[in-house]
Design a protein around this ligand. Structure first.
Ligand code: COI
Length: 355
């Protein structure tokens, strides 16, 4: 058992580590998990003592609410190692706050900050060997919560499990990214759960994204459900458009996830003196800009994807390819962001938190 600043955690160490069997140079995103996981159960109206134990499957009742009504939320974060071997988190408070907003929207209990934050730090201390040095290397952190209460009545569960699992990661997309702009399917609607990091927001995209994949596109850029005229976000990342020398991104809303990378890039771009406008961009503006040569860049921003250039888009069955970019804002911003995350540049924003 170990005592951290504010909570007690039961720690059961794995007898052996699988780390020596991992090829850290060839990692497919999210396939390999570290030796330990954290779990904390909510029962009888209270959070129980968190446990860190060997990563392993666990038993669940087939009637657990998560299986039937999708009461499930998650977060995506990353840990980075600096040249002195210290491990750092990037704006973890933002993920914690968003996690509990998602919990609230899905009628789930809030996770106490010490369980989330101290639990995560303790887990990372145990798994620090899994965080590899060097730009591009990171340990992807997946906190999540599921409804474990039993019975198929369509109502919120009274029992939940909060967990954190860790996966060594390189980039999410390994090749070029082309997108389709949504004309029929929708990711979210006003009053819905689009702003929450709810499992159902992702499964709802699988089918339209599969159709896009079959046509050779990696992602969909979602448009507003009511008119399909405003560009919103891609399934795994927020999106930025550079038209002329101005960077545009949609405002967050009930339909759009308040991405941590998105908000960091806006602040970084402004600090770099780039012109940024947070406003809805119309599909028609994008088509016009690509046709008149003012559309310079489109890129996605997210924890897993980091900053990912999008080389072209399809709309109404016409494919528009972007010209090669000189002086890419995406690459400049990615470099600045990574330098802060890997502690290669001074963190004047106070975003990084030592584990
Ligand atoms: C993340 O960037 O962490 C995400 O949550 C995207 C995920 C679907 C891979």
């Amino acid at each position: 058992m170990s005592t951290t600043n504010s909570i007690e955690i039961d720690i059961q160490k794995a007898a052996t580590s699988k780390i020596s069997q991992i090829d850290f140079e060839n990692l497919a995103f999210g396939n390999i998990f570290t030796d330990h996981m954290l779990l904390c159960d909510f029962a009888d109206g209270a959070w129980q003592k968190p446990v860190i134990k060997p990563y392993e499957p666990f038993l669940m009742d087939p009637s657990s609410r998560v299986f039937h009504y999708g009461q499930a939320i998650f977060e995506g974060m990353k840990a980075y190692k600096d040249e002195q071997d210290s491990v750092w988190l990037f704006r973890p408070e933002e993920n914690f706050i968003r996690f509990n907003k998602s919990a609230n929207r899905l009628a789930m209990p809030s996770v106490p900050e010490p369980v989330f934050m101290d639990g995560l730090k303790e887990l990372l201390k145990i798994e620090q060997e899994w965080v590899k040095k060097g730009k591009g290397n990171s340990l992807y952190i997946r906190p999540f919560m599921i409804a474990t209460g039993t019975g198929v009545i369509a109502a919120p569960s009274s029992q939940y499990r909060f967990m954190i699992i860790l996966s060594p990661a390189k980039s999410y997309y390994s090749g070029e990214v082309k997108v389709i702009i949504a004309e029929h399917y929708s990711r979210a609607a006003n009053g819905g759960i689009g702003a929450a990091k709810a499992a159902g927001n992702y499964s709802g995209q699988f089918y339209p994204t599969k159709l896009a994949n079959e046509k050779g596109f990696q992602q969909i850029i979602w448009t507003d459900d009511a008119t399909h005229t405003k560009l919103e976000e891609a399934g795994t990342m927020n999106v930025f458009f550079r038209i002329g020398d101005t960077l545009y991104t949609a405002p967050t809303s009930e339909r759009i996830l308040d991405g941590v990378t998105r908000k960091s890039l806006i602040e970084l771009a402004e600090r770099e003196g780039l012109k940024v406008e947070v406003r809805s961009v119309l599909v028609s503006e994008l088509v016009e800009a690509v046709q008149n040569g003012t559309l310079k860049e489109i890129f996605g921003a997210g924890t897993a994807a980091v900053v990912n250039p999008i080389i072209g888009f399809s709309y109404q069955d016409v494919y528009y390819e972007l010209p090669p970019t000189e002086n890419s804002y995406a690459l400049q911003l990615k470099e600045k962001l990574n330098n802060i995350q890997y502690k290669l540049a001074e963190d004047t924003f106070g975003w990084t938190v030592k584990v």
